[in-house]
Design a binder for this molecule. Sequence first.
Ligand code: PLP
Length: 420
Amino acid sequence: MDLSVFEEWESEVRGYIRSFPVAFDTAHGSFLVAEDGAEYLDFFAGAGTLNYGHNNPQLKTALLDYLGRDGIVHGLDLATTAKREFIETFRDLVLEPRGLRYKLQFTGPTGANAAEAAIKLARQVTGRTNVIAFTHGYHGLSLGALAATAARKYRLAGAVPLAGVTFLPYEGYYGPDVDTIAMLEKQLDDPSSGLDLPAAVIVECIQGEGGVNAASPEWLRAVARLAADRNIPLIVDDIQAGCGRSGDFFSFEESGIRPDLVLLSKSLSGYGLPMAIVLIRPELDVWAPGGHTGTFRGNNLGFVGATAALRSYWSDAVFSAEVRRKGELLRERLAAIVARHPAELEVRGRGLFRGLASTVDPEFGARVSRWSFAHGLVVETAGAYDEVVKFLPALTIDDADLLRGVDLVEQAVEAALVSA
Ligand code: PLP
């Protein structure tokens, strides 16, 4: 397939094209179709942006209807019918059934911009600067968000000093026997620990880019309690783990915590359209009008897709039960692979957000991904060294496709272990 125009004209910054070097043309459900007609089973789902699959027919109908009646597409932050319907639907199907009350901030349409906004707001509210983030955390690559992103390759690319964030160990960072909550508590309460009292704690309940590390409910509850006791706003970054990926709409639901700020993007619009929001505990909503603005905060196609996705999948508990069931199926199959190589591999994650990690081979993920792609499966890597194979199938995937993909990964793992 001819990719020369990309090589000649597109910046060296291009990334995924290097791992999956074909030109894709169409897509449906869990499949991507390349220009030569080859079909690829998609276990990456736009890095978690296509929880409802590619070109989901229910969402497409809503979008086509909206375009067909000349619904406003670009709306800055003007009031629009589509935005009202989204807010009302989000209130009725997501917030109120969970007993949650948040104001909605529509930020620029990237996850990074939502992270920027939440960090700014927490700093305004508290008058403090420092933010606590966690090892292996990922919150985006614009400078404010980048300061809270752990990976050195991205931090170096920022090419400026990244200030105002202290990284503390995530659960399990020093192994199962080290209590990272006790460390956090001690550093917070010791006036001479060197840790400035933070404006916020920002955490992913399941770290995506960092290696599919799922925090336990106990750990999350302890973080939330430590933050609440000290009046430190807790930001949950649910950009990758949210919108159903964990088996609940929000990844923090299992733990019962109530974050002060929540970030959503990626699968929020349902159809892969850019959209991001910050959910704000009402008392923290101290923004001055226009205090965080941006041209693309009113992507009304995003609102229409999001409303249709919520109505189609979140009106009752059927969809989330299905996600949990398929997540368990995936976990069992991965556990069976690990059982054959217990000294080398481990399974991670929750819901339909799973990782197969090598504990010995930093290139394991990259090798499995490469082999899988050559055999028709798109699956990405995660972790500090790309040692983790990251499973993000569409939540709508059927069992047969899910199992077919895992069969391929199983073969890829054997091939990767042999070639290591
Ligand atoms: N936060 C998390 C947890 C993410 O996974 C990502 C993207 O992968 C981001 C923030 C940044 O989102 P974006 O790439 O849309 O800026």
